[in-house]
Design a protein around this ligand. Structure first.
Ligand code: ZN
Length: 126
C-alpha cells in the first residue's frame, strides 16, 4: 500500500490560520506536508510551504499534495510564497498539468495579507 493523503485542521480553516495536508506512509509516519491559507470569501489562496521527506522524493508526492489541494478548493485563485528555482519548475509543471496558475507572490485578498512569511524549505529548496 502506498502513502495516502490526510487533511488536518480543515474545520478551523480560515484566512487567518494555515491548514495543512499531510502525507502518511502505511505506518502513519509523516512523509510529506503542504501548508496553505485560503479565504473562502474571496476564493483566494496561498500555498505557504510544501515538502516531502528525502526517502520519498521523486515519486510524485509533491504533485499529489498540490492536486489534493486544488481538488478541495476548486475555482480558487492561487499564489505561493517565494519560490526557489526548483520550486518554480515544480509549480510551472503543476500549472501545465492542472491548468491552474500558481504564481509566486500573486495578489492576496485583504484577509490574507500580512502575518505569515515563510520561505521554501525541504524538497523545493535545492
Ligand atoms: Zn478574502
Amino acid at each position: 500500500m502506498g502513502p495516502f493523503v490526510r487533511w488536518n485542521g480543515l474545520a478551523a480553516s480560515s484566512a487567518r490560520t494555515s491548514t495543512e495536508i499531510v502525507l502518511l506512509d502505511p505506518e502513519d509516519h509523516l512523509i510529506g506536508q503542504l501548508r496553505f491559507r485560503a479565504c473562502p470569501e474571496c476564493r483566494t489562496g496561498q500555498i505557504l510551504d510544501i515538502r516531502v521527506c528525502d526517502a520519498w522524493q521523486r515519486q510524485g508526492l509533491g504533485r499529489e499534495l498540490v492536486r489534493s489541494l486544488l481538488a478541495h478548493r476548486l475555482g480558487y485563485r492561487w499564489s505561493t510564497t517565494l519560490q526557489t528555482r526548483d520550486g518554480r519548475a515544480f509549480f510551472l509543471a503543476m500549472t501545465e498539468e492542472t491548468a491552474v496558475a500558481l504564481p509566486q507572490g500573486g495578489p492576496l485578498c485583504g484577509h490574507l495579507m500580512g502575518r505569515i512569511r515563510r520561505t521554501w524549505r525541504g524538497f523545493l529548496d535545492r
